[in-house]
Write a protein that binds this ligand. Structure first.
Ligand code: PXP
Length: 237
């Protein structure tokens, strides 16, 4: 059964729209945990557009579930991660002009830096996960450089039209998932998952964690975070 990591970045985005102190992502994390979240995920971006350093610190002290920090391989953020010691970090690519994370990390192009960051995270007691496109060479390299887990990027699947195109993307993800497990890595997935498209991904053999943000927070505006998380949990068990 896949666990659910709830990404609460959007809560901080609303707060930052007014640069005030509400809504507080720390409260959102507690509400998500009440709904059954197995993990809380936040992305501390270099430009601090949503989650702030204070949020990460307070969440580290208050989240009872697993705290998963999405982060780029930037030195400042690596140092913050090693100091704060969330249970898990997921390395992602980051570009200032992007609206959200676009594409997986290119571990072939950044092999030495990613290997160094993975090692430093692990030495700090943090599980190191890599956010990758479902590409066999990327997965093979992730295993070579000693990562603990791979989060498969489900964005192309989520964007594909229902029918043959989506089925093709699902087949690609299934093959990639098999490779991840055969390499001895823990299998995660995320990006673009919604109440409508999550089921086939949750049912992939070996799936242990799904990270979902936008879909849950969008529904939470109408039904509340606890209920939105509860509804997602029902779909992935
Ligand atoms: N996984 C990773 C690595 C991400 O960068 C994001 C977006 O922050 C997500 C999962 C969640 O994506 P979404 O908000 O589309 O559910």
């Amino acid at each position: 059964m896949a666990e659910l990591g709830v990404n609460i970045d959007h809560v901080a985005t609303v707060r930052q729209a007014r640069k005030t102190n509400e809504p507080d992502p720390v409260w959102a994390a507690a509400a998500a945990e009440l709904g059954g979240a197995d993990g809380i995920t936040v992305h501390l971006r270099e430009d601090r557009r949503h989650i702030q350093d204070r949020d990460l610190q307070v969440l580290r002290e208050t989240v009872a579930a697993k705290l998963n920090l999405e982060m780029a391989c930037e030195e400042e953020i690596v140092q913050i991660a090693c100091r704060t010691r969330p249970q898990q970090a997921t390395l992602v690519p980051e570009r200032r002009e992007e609206v959200t994370t676009e594409g997986g990390l290119d571990v072939l192009a950044r092999r030495d830096r990613v290997a160094e960051v993975v090692r430093r995270l692990q030495e700090a007691g943090i599980v190191a996960s890599l956010f990758l496109d479902p590409d066999p060479r990327q997965i093979e390299t992730a295993a070579d450089l000693g990562a603990d887990a791979v989060e498969l990027h489900t964005g192309q699947y989520a964007l594909a039209s229902p029918g043959a195109a989506r089925q093709r993307e699902l087949d690609v993800l299934r093959a990639a998932a098999k490779q991840v497990c055969q390499c001895g890595l823990v299998l995660h997935a995320g990006h673009g998952l919604t109440y409508h498209n999550v089921r086939p991904i949750a049912r992939i053999d070996g799936m242990t964690e799904l990270n979902i943000g936008h879909g849950i927070i969008a529904r939470a505006i109408l039904v509340g975070i606890t209920e939105a998380v509860r509804e997602m949990k029902r779909l992935i068990v």
